[in-house]
Design a protein around this ligand. Structure first.
Ligand code: FES
Ligand code: FES
Length: 167
């Protein structure tokens, strides 16, 4: 006997985004990145490679960095999501964002949201990282403009560190 049931091509997604409860409908095969950008209007999350390589789409899901291009919107259901739009305090850039600006940690800015989110996760888990630990935490993010050193310096300054020697 065959079933008449068809897999639903729409899913309901309820999640907390930057501290606010959201609920919406997503296509079953829609990525979380597209859902955030197109349905919720959060275009700060960028899409580069769209297959998990460049890190431009990095967001935090339950406080852990995640590639929004590799997740389906439906996988965000019930989760807590943080995007780059959630970093600023009102209209004021947060300390990490200000440090990126101070150290010229961005040029075209396409990669910046992803770097900021990866660095945010690092500093939450390890508030006093060494230079090596910063480089390691950001190794999944690609930047074609800056040469990386200014980004690393920006993160180290927020950590209260000048680059320290590895023991
Ligand atoms: S767009 Fe997701 S990793 Fe490149
Ligand atoms: S600032 Fe242009 S890719 Fe990083």
């Amino acid at each position: 006997m065959t079933s008449n049931r068809q897999p639903s091509d729409v899913v309901t997604v309820s999640m907390t985004v930057n501290g606010r409860s959201t609920e919406g409908q997503a296509k079953a095969r829609e990525t979380l990145a597209d859902y955030l950008r197109d349905e919720l209007g959060l275009t700060g999350t960028k899409l580069g490679c769209e297959h998990g390589v460049c890190g431009a789409c990095t967001i935090l899901v339950d406080d852990k960095p995640a590639r929004a291009c590799l997740m389906l919107a439906g996988q965000g259901d019930g989760r807590e999501v943080r995007t780059v739009e959630g970093l600023a305090v009102g209209t004021r850039l947060n300390e990490l964002q200000q440090s990126f600006r101070k150290h010229h940690g961005l040029q075209c800015g396409f990669c910046t949201a992803g770097f900021l989110m990866s660095a945010t996760a690092l500093l939450a888990a390890n508030p006093n990282p060494s230079e090596h630990e910063v480089v390691d935490a950001l190794s999944g993010n690609i930047c074609r403009c800056t040469g990386y050193q200014t980004i690393v310096q920006a993160v180290l300054e927020v950590a209260g560190n000048t680059p320290k020697e590895e023991s």
